[in-house]
Design a protein around this ligand. Structure first.
Ligand code: 2NL
Length: 363
């Protein structure tokens, strides 16, 4: 440990040497300071009025200096004093040196609680729907959100320029005018392209459900969103009938909304199914008597379905889908719509805003 020596030689060289020794001690001791109490001891050792290093410099160097050296020794002592004060100040400004930090660790305090995340209600609803069909032997497929015109439209019996395409409010990728129409890229408006890809990759029998994001050029409001989620399904085999469709979807709706709901199949139109139907469930809120939820009708529309149009099978005929030999049904539902009904949510935007006050209600 450094102690202030008495000076015998007052040459510039000797004063340099003594000053450098003091600075070296100051640097190495300040580097070793760790924590609040060490910082305080460091300050006292160097700056205490009584017996601090600076006081000793005054006593041993300045006061004992011969008259002709006093001026030069005083100048050097002042420089060293400044240096010591700056070092002490910087040591006390270190994090952990100020009162109440590193030296006051209370190990009995509770830990920092990190909140666990949870499944988004759309993910949960999508998984629940998919799970109901998995339990009936369906497999699950996913596919690209950027699709070709061929898979999104042409192969699904929307011929080029057919007005049914207008109902899809499609978002197209720009700058593809020089490509043949069927190769032009777009954001898929439904997950049906994945069923077409499934039929291309495997012969019948097929039982598959396809969850995923879909896109429509819609302005957002309480019931519309330009991005939403679908679960579609497809069953193809020999002798698949409309009865199979009804039984399957009736079972799925009872699983989803409760055993006491009834279903009815209301005539509709989709380009890719013939015949087509909208599926309605009896109102699970009023039991069919009529209320605000079912707009006094007793019935709520929940999905669309139908028997796969033979024109669709023509596109995959070479892969075992000869419409003379096989038949199939298909269906599609909007996941947001199902979730809004199940959880009594009146604004679709809540699913996309990420407001924790909304989301934590599903935790
Ligand atoms: C709805 C209606 C539907 C389909 C989707 C489909 C797929 C293939 C062949 C035939 Cl590959 N059909 N999908 C069929 C009927 C209805 O969705 O309202 N979705 C929200």
């Amino acid at each position: 440990m450094y102690t202030v020596p008495k000076l015998e030689d007052y040459s510039a060289q000797a004063l340099d040497g003594a000053g450098n020794e003091l600075i070296a001690a100051l640097e190495s001791e300040s580097a070793a300071v760790d924590g609040e109490s060490a910082a305080k001891a460091f300050r006292d050792r160097w700056m205490a009025r009584k017996n601090g290093v600076l006081t000793q410099l005054n006593e041993l160097w300045l006061k004992l200096a011969p008259v002709d050296a006093k001026r030069e020794v005083g100048r050097r002592v002042n420089e060293l004093k400044l240096r010591v004060e700056q070092t002490v100040e910087s040591v006390q400004a270190r994090p952990g040196a100020e009162p109440g930090r590193a030296d006051r660790l209370d190990v009995t305090l509770p830990g920092i609680h990190h909140k666990l995340g949870t499944e988004h209600p759309i993910t949960r609803t999508s998984n629940e729907i998919v799970g109901i069909f998995k339990a009936m032997g369906y497999s699950v497929a996913e596919g690209p959100e950027i699709e070709s015109d061929y898979y999104n439209f042409e192969s699904l019996n929307f011929p080029p320029n057919h007005p049914a395409r207008d109902t899809q409010d499609t978002i197209f990728i720009a700058g593809q005018e020089n490509k043949p129409q069927r190769e032009r890229l777009l954001l898929r408006t439904h997950t049906s392209p994945v069923q077409m890809r499934t039929m291309e990759s495997q012969p019948p029998p097929v039982r598959v459900v396809v969850p995923g994001k879909v896109h429509r050029h819609d302005t957002a409001d309480a019931s519309h969103s330009p991005l939403f989620h679908q679960v579609e399904g497809l069953a193809v085999d020999t002798n698949i009938t409309f009865c199979d469709l009804k039984g399957t979807l009736d079972h799925a709706m009872k699983q989803l909304f409760g055993g006491s709901v009834k279903t009815r199949f209301y005539p509709s139109f989709f380009p890719f199914t013939e015949p087509s139907a909208d599926v309605q469930i009896s109102c699970f809120k009023c039991g069919g008597k009529g209320c605000r939820l079912c707009k006094m009708s007793g019935w709520i529309e929940v999905l669309g379905c139908g028997m796969v149009d033979p024109n669709v099978f023509e596109f995959v005929k070479h892969n075992g889908y000869d419409p003379k030999r096989i038949s199939g049904f298909a269906f599609g539902m909007g996941v947001e719509r199902i979730a809004m009904l199940k959880y009594g949510i009146d604004d679709i935007q809540l699913f996309f805003q990420g407001d924790v006050r909304f989301l934590e209600q599903f935790a």
